[in-house]
Design a protein around this ligand. Structure first.
Ligand SMILES: *[C@@H]1O[C@H](CO)[C@@H](O)[C@H](O)[C@H]1NC(C)=O
Ligand SMILES: *[C@@H]1O[C@H](CO)[C@@H](O)[C@H](O)[C@H]1NC(C)=O
Ligand SMILES: [Cu+2]
Ligand SMILES: [Zn+2]
Length: 218
């Protein structure tokens, strides 16, 4: 475990800036080493342990690919809302999520990105939390969390919530892009995995789904 960690730090030090590589004489790509994805649990020879996740990302280096990416979400249900997502430096930079939601009950509400944009049965058919690295549910600042875990939004006494989140795991490009998936707002508070309830480690025990919307390329 310790050896692995120091190895990973060494790699990061060597590749702090993206390296230019050429694949099959195509246009130049940059090789990024993304360490923002945190830690995962591994089960080996019956022992449960943890390991850092280090993603090697090969991404085109042309201006179009490297320009900021944006997406938007219209939230419907018993609530109404609009969200904007912006990633300034794809593929590994952070994503900024802003927006305004109305029609909530006052107080905290679980706020997540779920697996699919399938709304054929409303918010129910969007699946579970988006979790490409197969981890347990957590808080946005936790190393071990679902990519879709964005914690809670808090509505005031008029039932309005402002969203202003900067996240390092949510991306709008590449195989783990959230574009085409769905935002879901819950009836109750997300306990961030700490509630001790049987669903705390999968959903944060946040209750029913009061609204949702598909993440669309802007
Ligand atoms: C790409 O961006 C750089 C830096 O902003 C600029 O100097 C260059 O002219 C751009 N190239 C194209 C093809 O737009
Ligand atoms: C969408 O969700 C419905 C209801 O859960 C399901 O029957 C259907 O197979 C889903 N569609 C796709 C393309 O997965
Ligand atoms: Cu959720
Ligand atoms: Zn989760």
């Amino acid at each position: 475990m310790r050896t692995f960690l120091s190895f990973s730090l060494l790699v990061v030090a060597c590749y702090a800036a993206p390296q230019t590589v050429y694949v099959n004489n195509q246009s130049p790509s940059h090789l990024y080493i993304n360490t923002a994805s945190g830690t995962t649990q591994i089960l080996k020879e019956g022992l449960r342990s943890t390991s850092d996740i280090i993603q090697l990302v090969l991404y085109p280096s042309d201006n179009e690919s490297n320009s900021p990416k944006e997406a938007s979400v219209l939230l419907m249900g018993s609530i109404r809302g609009f969200l904007k997502l912006r990633q300034d430096q794809p593929p590994v930079g952070k994503t900024h999520i802003t927006g305004h939601i109305t029609g909530l009950t006052p107080g905290p509400h679980g706020f997540h990105i779920h697996q699919t944009g399938n709304l054929t049965e409303g918010c129910k058919s969007t699946g579970g939390h988006y979790n490409p690295f197969e981890r347990v549910h957590g808080a946005p600042h936790d190393h071990v969390r679902h990519v879709g875990d964005l914690g809670n939004i808090v509505a005031n006494e008029r039932g309005e919530a402002l969203v202003d989140i900067t996240d390092h795991q949510v991306t709008l490009v590449g195989p783990n892009s959230v574009v085409g998936r769905a935002f879901v707002v819950h009836e109750g508070r997300d306990d961030l995995g700490q509630g001790g309830h049987e669903t705390s480690k999968t959903t944060g025990n946040a209750g029913g789904r009061v609204g949702c919307g598909v993440i669309a390329r802007a």
